[in-house]
Design a protein around this ligand. Structure first.
Ligand code: 5CU
Length: 384
């Protein structure tokens, strides 16, 4: 039965719901959806332009972003049992504070309906759950954010929130967010932290590299900086039950965590603010497994599994216990509908690469692989 079968759960999969796509179509500046003649002049095509200076006139966009049947077809094609969908970037970031709360409320209700009316796996298990949206824009009153958290927590298919890196405009170390972290932790909502802005385009030089540098490097660097600032502000010390899921396997944070710990240790003003060695915080986080390589997954799991061993007086875990602990924080994702195949194929390479990476990590047991494929998500999101 669906309850006992080992589930494949996709925690990184996006939508632009029809209400959101209409908003993007109504705009004349990024983020927007524009319509233009096709190259052969025979018709029109829609393009998604979500960044200023976006190369190549944006990217193709179509029903795979808003049509739920397309999401289910994609899931069926890849054997995905359950998806936790999230609105794709840039969420509501560009809206005025007067408009964002009501649109967040409407989109969160839309998301719950999108999930609730989909075919279910069993009476107790839907195929679709979602991360809601908070109206995180400059000058939005904190009570409006708290009302959005309460609304999301009341919607049965919404199990978390997706959040960009800017918070209310001042980043995730903004003290104004304190009550929001507290409310999210209390409600047990998972916070999916996702990039949008990358690093300044002036860093990418004059050579035409399409979307490669902003997506491959800019996105994960942005996540790395935002999460580091949140850690250094003591958010995880004050809210130990906050569950934070980092996009793209945490970007460069695992690779840089020992350097971060060393820099903190050499800066007493920062070190005295933190309750733990900087590496410890990795063990408090969750990471999507959207890394495309087995070595990368193994490395993240190793850093996470060892995270608390740097504390003074820490017990030494065996290597295999560290591996189990580390892999328990990794969760399969696809990034659908981004990274579609360029030619007609059966399965999407961006999906098969991530599944092969999970299968290929040396030393993981079957149980550890099953955890990353779906068991960890089932526990984190309360699916079973
Ligand atoms: O890699 C990704 O997650 C994405 C995304 O979410 N949005 C986007 O514009 N491109 C890639």
């Amino acid at each position: 039965s669906a309850a006992t079968r080992k589930l494949l759960v996709d925690v990184h999969t996006h939508v632009y719901l029809p209400r959101y796509a209409s908003l993007l179509r109504s705009r004349s500046a990024a983020p927007r959806i524009l319509s233009r003649p096709t190259a052969d002049g025979a018709g029109t095509e829609e393009r998604l332009v979500i960044l200023d200076n976006e190369p190549s006139g944006g990217r193709p966009v179509g029903p795979q972003y808003w049509d739920r049947d397309e999401k289910i077809k994609f899931m069926d094609k890849h054997g995905i049992d359950v998806s936790i969908v999230s609105t794709a970037n840039p969420w509501l970031d560009f809206l005025p504070a007067a408009e964002a709360p009501s649109l967040a409320e409407a989109l969160n209700a839309d998301l719950d309906a999108y999930c609730a009316t989909a075919p279910a796996l069993s009476p107790a298990l839907s195929r679709l759950y979602a991360f809601g949206l908070l109206p995180l824009v400059p000058a939005v009153p904190v009570p409006a954010l708290l009302a959005a958290v309460a609304h999301i927590a009341s919607l049965p298919r919404l199990r978390g929130v997706i959040m960009g890196t800017r918070g209310r405009g001042a980043g995730l170390d903004d003290p104004a967010l304190e009550p929001v972290w507290a409310a999210l932790a209390r409600a047990g909502l998972v916070v999916f932290l996702h990039p949008h802005y990358g690093v300044p385009s002036s860093e990418w030089g004059d050579r035409e590299n399409g979307h490669v540098l902003p997506l491959a490097l800019g996105f994960p660097f942005e996540t790395t900086i935002a999460t580091t600032r949140l850690i250094l502000a003591g958010v995880l010390d004050r809210h130990p039950s906050l569950r934070l899921l980092l996009a793209h396997a945490g970007g460069a944070l695992p690779q840089l965590s020992a350097r971060l710990a060393s820099c903190v240790a050499h800066d007493p003003a920062v070190a005295q603010r933190l309750a733990h060695d900087a590496r410890w915080y990795l063990g408090q986080l969750y990471f999507d497994a959207v890394a495309y390589g087995r070595e990368e997954l193994a490395f993240v799991a190793e850093c996470v599994g060892r995270a608390d061993s740097y504390e003074k007086g820490a017990d030494r875990r065996t290597q295999s216990a560290q591996r189990t602990l580390g892999s328990s924080r990794l969760l399969f994702g696809t990034d659908h509908p981004f990274f579609p195949p360029l030619a007609e194929t059966d399965k999407w390479q961006s999906v098969t690469e991530n599944l092969e990476a999970i299968d290929g990590v040396e030393g993981w047991s079957d149980a550890e692989r099953e955890g990353v494929r779906g068991g960890n998500a089932a526990r984190l999101f309360g699916l079973v």
